[in-house]
Design a protein around this ligand. Structure first.
Ligand SMILES: Nc1ncnc2c1ncn2[C@@H]1O[C@H](COP(=O)(O)OP(=O)(O)O)[C@@H](O)[C@H]1O
Ligand SMILES: [Mg+2]
Length: 386
């Protein structure tokens, strides 16, 4: 019954190059130092970090650098195995232990003898399995399901968690004594948004990797897209970056990338920035409108900056007309805009545009002035369709 696990020997050359794995950020330097200190020992290591931050890469590296590198590497993805099967999957079973146990089967723990056992998302394990693993960590002993005799095994445990185990201890779903056993050393992997200095190198690495896989060389990414990437929140971390770049190599269009980057904004952008005066009753409609427009202003600023303040590119990316963008910008009283290089040319552009297009009524703006929609940062005008 094959479940999601692997038994293989790991060659360090199958991993990304060391300089790509660690990059240059200080947080990764700290993780590297810890990894190198413990790699050759047998102490259990807990890898913590959001999904896609490279926990599995680190676990493989730990194994490859250990003196067990010739032994088995056994990975168990805990959430992928039904709770009713996990015990027999890990510890094996004796013939006759269940109605379908026609033969004795060794578990993953035994397969990892003299090697490394990697338990991914260890927080998913039931308390009873945690207790059995705790015993194994204490003296190497365990019993197969349905077995009568105790067996011993020598394995190095590396575990990974993307959610806080401490919190699980508090809510009773994780044993404190087990946590103390598995986290003899904890390595925290930073999210990608906290190591943006490493983005250019990771981008180059994935572009080259997938260009080789698909035998297609896309154009290097433009500075604008790279800047957008620097400001993006990367909820899926390096996995998301890799998927995006794989898509870029396959599709070959940057517009596909920028659409992704612009469509999903970092959480900080969706914060409510509109000031609310609580001394007087307020209109929900007005406040909501102001907030939406504030958000719109932030989005425009972000895309403008990423596009080197090119209004034409910004309008294209935001799928609005150039003219509509100029109106939005001209109406804005935001300090950010007036300090930006953008403002230097904006008045001229507006003058030229107005001259070229004639009086406002011809373009369906009669009766609406920027002042008529009076908002904090950004007054904006919806051009009417005549
Ligand atoms: N530091 C890194 N350098 C290069 N590629 C990485 C790095 N970290 C992760 N990756 C790649 O990103 C993807 C997700 O990494 P993984 O180790 O599975 O993350 P996690 O286990 O934390 O979810 C994999 O394809 C992996 O090869
Ligand atoms: Mg993983």
């Amino acid at each position: 019954m094959p479940l999601t696990h692997t038994t293989e020997s790991i060659d360090i050359h199958d991993l990304p190059p060391i300089e790509v794995i660690f990059g240059r950020s200080p947080s990764m330097a700290a993780a590297r130092e810890k990894l190198e200190r413990v790699a050759e020992t047998t102490v259990p290591v807990l890898l913590q970090g959001e999904s896609g931050t490279g926990k599995e890469i680190f676990a493989r590296l730990l194994h490859a650098k250990s003196n067990r590198s010739k032994g088995a590497w056994v990975k168990v993805a805990c959430p992928a195995i039904p709770h009713t099967l996990i015990e027999s999957e890990l510890f094996g079973y004796e013939k006759g232990a269940f109605s379908w146990a026609y033969a004795t089967k060794r578990g993953r723990v035994e397969q990892a003898h003299m090697g490394t056992l990697f338990l991914d998302e260890i927080g998913d394990l039931d308390l009873s399995v945690q207790a059995k693993l705790l015993q194994m960590l204490q003296d190497g002993s365990f019993m197969r399901v349905g077995g009568l005799e105790s067996r011993t095994v020598n394995t190095r445990l590396v575990s990974a968690a993307s959610k806080g185990l401490q919190q699980q201890v508090e809510n009773g779903s994780f044993r404190l004594d087990f946590l103390y056993r598995i986290n003899a050393v904890t390595i925290d992997l930073p999210p990608l948004r906290q190591r943006t200095e490493d983005l250019p190198m990771l981008i180059d690495y994935f572009l080259e990797l997938h260009s080789k896989t698909f035998r297609y060389n896309p154009k290097p990414l433009s500075r604008e897209v790279t800047r957008l990437m620097q400001r993006y929140g990367w909820p899926g971390n390096i996995r998301q970056l890799e998927n995006m770049l794989r898509g870029y190599v396959l599709i070959g269009s940057e517009e596909f990338l920028s659409a992704d980057l612009v469509a999903s904004f970092p959480a900080s952008l969706t914060r409510l920035n509109t000031e609310i005066d609580l001394s007087n009753p307020i209109s929900l409609k007005e406040v909501t409108k102001a907030s939406t427009q504030d958000l719109e202003r932030q989005i425009i600023l972000m895309v403008l900056e990423a596009n080197g303040w090119s209004r034409r590119k910004t309008a294209k990316w935001l799928n609005i007309s150039y003219r509509s963008l100029l109106y939005k910008l001209q109406s804005s009283k935001a300090a950010e805009f007036s300090e930006s290089p953008l403002m230097n040319g904006i008045q001229d552009s507006m003058a030229n545009l107005t001259q070229a297009m004639g009086p406002p009524k011809e373009v369906g703006l009669a009766g609406i002035s920027p002042e008529s929609v009076n908002l904090k940062g950004f007054s904006y005008i919806q051009p009417r369709t005549a």
